[in-house]
Design a protein around this ligand. Structure first.
Ligand code: ZN
Length: 161
């Protein structure tokens, strides 16, 4: 029998504590795609957390539940919008703001090191810790502002979806 044994459930939580489920999916990949799509709206919502939870079918109680990932929403160190999703368990972060997409990830080549980048200028560097990467991003942000390139126009003109 090839029935579904476990399902993947992405959800988001607003600052006021209200949680919204985004659906129940049979594949982890689909759950992530749905969640990432939704997080693109971060700048127009007041979100504080996002989770992907695995539920095993036919198990009573919360023994059937495994939290796969928890991400927290912070102000982006580069574009300053509240669109920066940080996953401290997996050492990764990604800004979902338009025209920003600053990211941080543990290096796949040198585990323990942190890779980080900012696609608009193909900025790519390596740091020892997430804190170091965040500090470098703030410097980058200050340089962009000094150069008059502040990407702050999307802050005042929200995209209509
Ligand atoms: Zn950003």
């Amino acid at each position: 029998m090839t029935s579904v044994q476990r399902v993947f459930v992405p959800s988001v939580t607003e600052e006021n504590g209200a949680a919204t489920g985004l659906g129940v999916f049979s594949s982890e990949e689909t759950a992530w795609t749905v969640l990432r799509q939704f997080l693109r709206k971060s700048h127009i919502m007041n979100l504080k957390q996002a989770d992907v939870v695995i539920w095993d079918i036919d198990i009573v109680g919360d023994d059937g539940m495994t939290v796969l990932a928890t991400m927290h929403c912070r102000e982006c160190p580069v574009c300053k919008r509240k669109t920066f999703w940080l996953d401290l368990d997996n050492f990764s972060a990604m800004c979902t703001g338009q025209a920003c997409e600053a990211w941080i990830e543990e290096s796949t080549i040198e585990p323990g090191k942190i890779d980080y980048g900012w696609p608009p200028t193909r900025f790519l560097k390596q740091a020892e810790t997430i804190e170091d990467a965040l500090a470098e991003f703030r410097i980058l942000s200050a340089e962009l502002e000094a150069a008059g390139n502040t990407p702050d126009y999307p802050i005042t003109s929200f995209q209509v979806e």
